[in-house]
Each structure stands twice: as structure tokens, then as C-alpha cells.
Design a protein around this ligand. Structure first.
Ligand code: AMP
Ligand code: ZN
Length: 137
């Protein structure tokens, strides 16, 4: 529990939220500012600031819950599919520093376009792959 964390306060009930699922390790509730109605945040009950700080077995628990509840979110909101997202770091849009997975129900006519891919320059894709492989070690 982190006393300065909004999501920790949601888990303990200090801040209200629309909880849709809970087990001993995972909590899921509706995002207050949804991409589409039913947009859900799946979070560990234990506080970690992002996925890199989250133990792998806890990440597995989160993904299992995503798999379990996403079909229900899609069905209940009359959607067709869903996006799963994890923002890591401010530059990637992370605003709340308690690990969370976004589950965003989608319809083909919802007007919520995804970002478009950009093109690599000459030789850039190979060079990028080499740099990443070197960094992985
Ligand atoms: P991120 O940008 O990945 O850190 O996502 C944080 C998400 O938390 C945003 O989509 C917010 O709309 C959502 N959010 C912030 N405060 C609350 C709250 N009190 N209840 C529900 N969702 C919240
Ligand atoms: Zn927290």
C-alpha cells in the first residue's frame, strides 16, 4: 500500500470506484475517463510503479484476469473486440504510477482510430534490430 497512490486508495475503498472483479491478488474497475464505456483497468493489489517493477508471476496473474474478464466486457458493452494497453513512463502516457493494464472495448464504428505506423529510412530497420539485440545481450 502506497499512501500517495490513487489506485491503492481505490483497492482499500478510500476512493470510490466501479469494481467489476476482485480476487486475492488482482482488482479490476472501470476507468473514470473511458476510451469507450466499459474501459477497465486491471491492477495488482500490491503496489508497483510500472510493469518493469512488477514480479513476473504477478504480471501473469493480471494477464489471466484480462483473459477472463475481457469477453464479458465485450459482451456487456455490445462491443466487437478490445485493445489491451500498458503505458510505461510519462513519455508513453503513464499518469498513474501503479501498474495497470487497460482493457478497452472496441467497435469498428467507434471512431477511436489507432495511431498510424511510420516508415523506416534506408537500412534503419536492420540497424534498429541490431541495436536492440545488442542491448538485450
Ligand atoms: P495511464 O495513463 O496509463 O497511467 O492511465 C491511468 C488511467 O487511470 C487513465 O485512463 C485515467 O482515466 C484513470 N483514472 C485516473 N483516476 C481514476 C479514478 N479515480 N478512477 C478510475 N480511473 C481513474
Ligand atoms: Zn498503488
Amino acid at each position: 500500500m502506497n499512501n500517495d497512490c490513487i489506485f491503492c486508495k481505490i483497492i482499500t475503498g478510500v476512493i470510490p470506484a466501479q469494481k467489476i472483479y476482485e480476487d486475492d491478488k488482482v482488482f479490476a474497475f472501470l476507468d473514470i475517463n473511458p476510451v469507450n464505456p466499459g474501459h477497465t483497468l486491471v491492477i495488482p493489489k500490491e503496489h508497483f510503479k510500472n510493469i518493469m517493477e512488477t514480479p513476473p508471476e504477478i504480471l501473469c496473474n493480471l494477464v489471466k484476469v484480462v483473459q477472463k474478464i475481457a469477453p464479458a466486457i465485450v459482451k456487456a458493452t455490445d462491443s466487437e473486440g478490445f485493445n489491451v494497453g500498458i503505458n510505461t513512463g510519462s513519455s508513453a502516457g503513464q499518469v498513474i504510477f501503479h501498474t495497470h493494464i487497460h482493457v478497452m472495448p472496441r467497435r469498428s464504428d467507434d471512431g477511436r482510430a489507432l495511431w498510424k505506423g511510420k516508415e523506416y529510412g534506408e537500412g534503419e530497420i536492420e540497424e534498429t534490430a541490431e541495436k536492440i539485440k545488442t542491448a538485450i545481450g
